[in-house]
Design a protein around this ligand. Sequence first.
Ligand SMILES: Cc1cc2nc3c(=O)[nH]c(=O)nc-3n(C[C@H](O)[C@H](O)[C@H](O)COP(=O)(O)OP(=O)(O)OC[C@H]3O[C@@H](n4cnc5c(N)ncnc54)[C@H](O)[C@@H]3O)c2cc1C
Length: 465
Amino acid sequence: MPRVIVVGGGLIGLATSLLIAKQGHDVTVLERDPEPPPKMPEEATGDWARPGVMQFRLVNFLMPRGRQLLDEHLPEVTALLAASGAPHHNGLATMPPSVTDRAPRPGDERFATLAARRQLLEYAMATVAESAVDVRRDVHVTGLLSDGRRRVTGVQLRGSELPADLVIDASGRRSPLPGWLAAIGADAPAEESEDLGFVYYGRFFQGPPDAGGPLPIPAGLFHYDSYSVLVLPSDTGTWSATIVLSARDHALRGLREEAGFTKLISACPMHAPILNLKPITGMLAAAGISDRLRRTVICTAPVVTGLLTAGDSWACTNPSLGRGISIGLMHALATAEAVGAHLDDPAALAVEHDRLTRKRVLPWYRATTQVDRQRAAQVAAAIEGRPPAPAPASPEVQVVQDVSAAMMVDADAFRAFLELTFMLALPEDLVSRPGFATHVRTIAAALPPSRFPGPNRQELLAMLP
Ligand SMILES: Cc1cc2nc3c(=O)[nH]c(=O)nc-3n(C[C@H](O)[C@H](O)[C@H](O)COP(=O)(O)OP(=O)(O)OC[C@H]3O[C@@H](n4cnc5c(N)ncnc54)[C@H](O)[C@@H]3O)c2cc1C
């Protein structure tokens, strides 16, 4: 009998299983999708079918923090990713020309990631996992087994059962765990969830293979009044451009069509050059993606033992900041650490997993949803034609605002902006740096308000049919 069963062979289920297998434990991954990773990377971005992951063909970015965690703990994954055509992309390449101090500094390599489409990332993770872990595909987990005393003892499959010492639910944002727990008579987990109503319309383009030179198009997430544009380099010379807006903005729905999308991108001088590349997909859309947090330990009491959650099953965020994989990798590490220390003591394992999750990973979930909430409020104000309500006053909010302004001219502020964006520092980390908040406050206060060149919502409405 496997000691550990991981339900779900997505990025985080596989990462968790690899980390636990490295400790010498017997791990089995049960994945509903039947197709194993293809032999060659170019097949991964071709026909590989992964219906269990709705975002499989959508825009994707691995935060430098996620790349760093993979380099440290699963270097075979980043090695295969790089060998499969994912180039190193350093965020410093996006430094605005208005920053005059352009000298490199020690530690600048922390801003680098491997630019890859999700299919390639899943290919690298799954290929490494297949060689190290028992991955069983075409296996649909339908419920939990229990001893009737709030202890999970394995999983139910279609027509059979598989016992285990520990079950880790990594079945993603649509994880049916509350139903499974109810079916074995356990208390419900505590959940909080909200849908901030962002929608995403984008497509991929093929550029020349990465030649390692300066970026031909500025990459990043650019906020306009009621919409944002996300431009990302990817593997083998591919790029994506995505418009992020509010589902409530019915008047801008035309942006999901190719004609509306092209009209907007061509009206934004910073992004228009991407239209010179060859489109390699039609329009890709995503909507209705909630932020959701689930806790199976309530006030230090686990609702069951013998069960942990990992990745999106524990907490998922809407993808406007592209953080889910990196938050999930942090969680995979916390999960493996707890398993390494307490696999033989289910109650201690549940409590330690909860403690590590709250200490190391929860702050990133909270920070992400806070940024998203502020952006949603700005977008709502722009749609209603009123100024946005001021963000709640706090040193953390102030330093983020000041960094966002000062980064246009100051090299320290730009690096701090990358640290925030790439999940290398939380706002409170910047606040605790001696003199930093005053430094960026002084610069930001002296700068006139600025905005990226491109139409505002009223101008956009006039442009669209
Ligand atoms: C539109 C969109 C875009 C995103 N873009 C980014 C981005 O650019 N950068 C980023 O960092 N994050 C992004 N994310 C978030 C990121 O995709 C997730 O955080 C990450 O995939 C979570 O991995 P996971 O393994 O926990 O879950 P998943 O990737 O969802 O994997 C879950 C797996 O479980 C399997 N499964 C489900 N139910 C069962 C069952 N009953 N039995 C067996 N197997 C089952 C599924 O088939 C699937 O393979 C995005 C999310 C969305 C929705």
